[in-house]
Design a binder for this molecule. Structure first.
Ligand code: PLP
Length: 406
């Protein structure tokens, strides 16, 4: 018998369930001719969100000059634009050499975790999380340790839980703000507590702020790095995917602030990995300067009558009108993370619930445990469809739940 060809053992603990088994089933149903409403990925383009014209033009116009590799950290002009952007937010301690461009934030997350983690190093990650964080730490050989967010407090971080989980092996805390999947936007006091803990225990802060420009009702978005001072190392991750609606361009950045001299070895490691992948997609790098300067069209979508706000409000209202479902209003980002009354519906497996909903109603959402939430009592949906499609989907969800028992 021929031997099976196996994946590397290092993948044994790596999970990324938001794109797993359920997508196979979705594709099978689509091949059978069913139209599936995909409420599972925060990808604005398929829902009719066009990228701003000037971003498309910046990319198109620069295409002829974007044929070669760029500097491995990225185009000087794009990195300067990132520095100037953070200056306008009050962050002055940032040089163009502290900025790395990546093929989306995703690449920069995996790259920096590879540069940071030794076996047994613990990284504190929120639960629920955006699962790339847990997967990247596991892939890098580190140990993801989850601290809870508290649903009864609008999904604020549970600092008691967080502090109890800090050990001598803890290296860093991940802060996802605005949060995917909960929609929480952290107030200044919460951010200051993260900084205090990092200072007290000599930890690095990893601030995933990809949704920084998507906040509702005028909520204040504070970049964590503006609070960390010179003594706490902070890695800030953001990019064009969400606010500028160009997920497919793969354009993200990393900005490193704080005691860089003390972190010289870690930063050298990041530079090494950045060099090894040559550079990020160059045509998309040309869109960064254009995106960050000038008028921010995302703001129109967030006005009280703007499309994103209207969709969020409708989703919140309709979800809470379903018996057995409750949902915290999102203050930012593009998601809701509703709670299911597991006793009422007899739910013991949230993935099965998602599959049942998919088969019966042709609506695809993601199960809560895919976000490293331990209890099978939540799911995530994106609030990107227009209000008509969203209303139809949530009406169907309501009908489905009225007779659902697992
Ligand atoms: N971080 C969070 C919290 C996200 O939700 C996402 C994508 O959904 C990413 C990072 C990855 O974004 P990018 O498209 O820049 O790789």
């Amino acid at each position: 018998m021929t031997k099976s060809i196996d994946q590397a053992r290092k993948l044994e603990n790596v999970r990324y369930d938001i794109r797993g088994r359920i997508l196979d089933k979705t594709e099978e149903l689509e091949e059978q001719g069913h139209a599936i409403l995909r409420l599972n990925v925060g990808n604005p383009a398929p829902f009719g969100f066009e990228a701003p014209d000037e971003i498309m033009m910046a990319m198109i116009r620069n295409l002829p000059t974007a044929q070669g590799y760029s500097d491995s950290r990225g185009l000087f002009s794009a990195r300067t634009a990132v520095v100037q952007y953070y200056q306008t937010k009050g962050l002055t301690d940032l040089d163009v050499g502290d900025v790395y461009l990546g093929n989306g934030v995703s690449e920069l997350i995996t790259m920096t975790m590879q540069a940071l983690c030794n076996p047994e190093d613990e990284i504190l990650i929120p639960s629920p999380d955006y699962p790339l964080w847990t997967g990247s730490v596991a892939l890098a050989g580190g140990v993801p340790v989850h601290y809870l967010a508290d649903e009864s407090q609008d999904w604020a971080p549970d600092f008691e839980d967080l502090e109890a989980k800090i050990t001598p092996r803890t290296r860093a805390i991940v802060v996802i703000n605005p949060n995917n999947p909960t929609g929480a936007v952290y107030p200044r006091e919460a951010l200051e507590r993260f900084v205090d803990l990092a200072r007290k225990h000599d930890l690095i802060l990893l601030a995933d702020e990809i949704y920084e420009k998507i906040v509702y009702d005028g909520a204040e978005m504070i970049n964590l790095a503006t609070l960390t001072g010179k003594d706490v190392l902070c890695l800030t991750y953001s990019g064009l995917s969400k606010a500028y609606r160009v997920c497919g361009f793969r354009a993200g950045w990393l900005a490193i602030t704080g005691p860089r001299r003390r972190a010289a070895s870690f930063i050298e490691g990041i530079t090494l990995l950045s060099n090894m992948r040559m550079c990020a997609n160059v045509p998309a790098q040309h869109a960064i300067q254009t995106a960050l300067g000038g008028r921010q069209s995302i703001e129109d979508l967030l006005l009280p009558a703007g499309r994103l706000t209207a969709q969020r409000d409708l989703a919140h209202r309709m979800l809470n009108s379903i018996d057995g479902i409750s949902c915290v209003q999102a203050a930012g980002a593009l998601y809701m993370f509703p709670k299911l009354d597991t006793e009422r519906f007899g739910i013991v497996d949230d993935e099965k619930f998602v599959l049942d909903l998919l088969e019966s109603e042709k609506i695809l959402v993601s199960h809560g445990r895919a976000f490293n939430w331990d209890v099978p009592d939540h799911f995530r949906l994106v609030t990107l469809p227009n209000v008509d499609d969203l209303a139809t989907a949530l009406e169907r969800l309501g009908n489905f739940m009225s007779s659902y028992r697992q």
